[in-house]
Each structure stands twice: as structure tokens, then as C-alpha cells.
Design a protein around this ligand. Structure first.
Ligand SMILES: [Zn+2]
Length: 202
């Protein structure tokens, strides 16, 4: 499909772009042939996904590839096999600043995840609303300017319920004590991303 790429603004062939990167859907899918979509509302034909949810109307291939570099880095940080070690001190949730990572790269990944989820019209992402942060974050991504000020800091928690690893819940925006956050489920992790100037308090 030819269309306007939402990132570079050029009229180009658009690709099937993942928002939550493909690898996280792959983890959920395991050895199954496909993922089955579940939705609220009147019964209809269940949607099946081979490679997770994609949006064919948002990105050209060169912009999608640019995001791919950050997506790939996120797999190293949110490594399912090393998950337990990251939480070894008995914590249920950690601030990302507490683990040794390339903060700039991971921050750009989080921002690109937020931005893609916010602009997508796919039903899976419809509960992600970030208002004016959408254009602020797009500018940050274009300039590869990561989140030094901590407006978009992230808390990662490890989910242990047995069945969770086979379910990818939809992400959603919510306000907690007046602070806007977006939750993303990327099994076995749950990410709470703050989309707000105000800091988290302990
Ligand atoms: Zn583009």
C-alpha cells in the first residue's frame, strides 16, 4: 500500500509495522501455529495472528528499520531467559535506572513504542492515548534525543502467574494519583511508562 509515512512524512510504500516488536509476540506464541485474538463485545470470528499485531498504514520500510535497531536492543534488556536474575534481590518491580543498560538506546525504544502505539489505529492499541506527548515524542525520536529529564521513565515488573506467558494483553493508558501512565505487557514483563512531567514518588 502506498501512503504517507507517519514518521518521515513522505509518500511511500508502507510496510506491515509491528508496534510491540515481533519477538514479544513470538514469546507468547511459542510453538503454536498462530496467536488467537480475544476481544470484548458481541461474538464474532476470532482473529488469528501469525506474527503478532501489525499496522500496515503507519510506516515506510526505512523508518520501520530505524525503529528495528531499538527494538532489537530491547530484546537484550527484556530478556526472558535472564528475567529471574534481573530481579534477584527479591524485588517485584524495578526502575530501569537500577539495572546496567545503555539508557539512551532503551529510552529511544520506550519512546518509539509509546509513539507507535499512540498513532496506530489498530484496535489492539486503541486504549493508548498520550495527547500532546505524541508530537513531543516524535520530535525526540527524529533527533534521537533521549529522555534525559525522566518525563517518560519506566518501571519494569516481572509477572509470574503461570498462564501469563501465553497471553499478550492490550496496552492501555491510565491515570494513577493524577499521573498519566501507559501499561504495556511484554511477557514475562509488564512495563509501566510514565507520560508525565511529574516524577514517580516512593
Ligand atoms: Zn518513513
Amino acid at each position: 500500500m502506498i501512503g504517507i509515512c507517519q514518521f518521515c512524512g513522505e509518500r511511500r510504500p508502507l510496510v506491515g509495522a509491528h508496534i510491540t516488536p515481533r519477538n514479544y509476540f513470538q514469546r507468547v506464541k511459542g510453538r503454536a501455529f498462530y496467536l488467537e485474538g480475544v476481544q470484548l463485545g458481541p461474538p464474532g470470528k476470532a482473529k488469528r495472528f501469525q506474527a503478532g499485531v501489525k499496522d500496515k498504514a503507519i510506516l515506510c520500510s526505512s523508518c520501520d528499520n530505524r525503529f528495528g535497531v531499538w527494538d532489537n536492543y530491547s530484546y537484550q534488556v527484556l530478556d526472558a531467559r535472564k528475567a529471574d536474575a534481573k530481579f534477584s534481590r527479591g524485588k517485584q518491580a524495578i526502575l530501569l535506572s537500577e539495572i546496567p543498560i545503555n539508557f539512551e538506546k532503551f529510552s529511544l525504544f520506550i519512546l518509539s513504542l509509546l509513539w507507535r502505539a499512540a498513532i496506530s489505529n489498530e484496535p489492539f492499541y486503541k486504549r493508548v492515548e498520550i495527547g500532546h506527548h505524541q508530537s513531543v515524542i516524535k520530535d525526540m525520536l527524529k533527533n534521537e534525543f533521549y529522555d534525559v529529564a525522566g518525563f517518560y521513565s519506566t518501571v519494569v515488573s516481572l509477572l509470574k502467574p503461570e498462564k501469563h506467558e501465553t497471553i499478550m494483553f492490550t496496552p492501555y493508558s491510565v491515570t494513577l494519583d493524577g499521573v498519566a501512565v501507559v501499561f504495556f505487557y511484554m511477557p514475562p514483563f509488564k512495563l509501566m511508562v510514565k507520560v508525565d512531567r511529574r516524577p514517580f514518588t516512593r
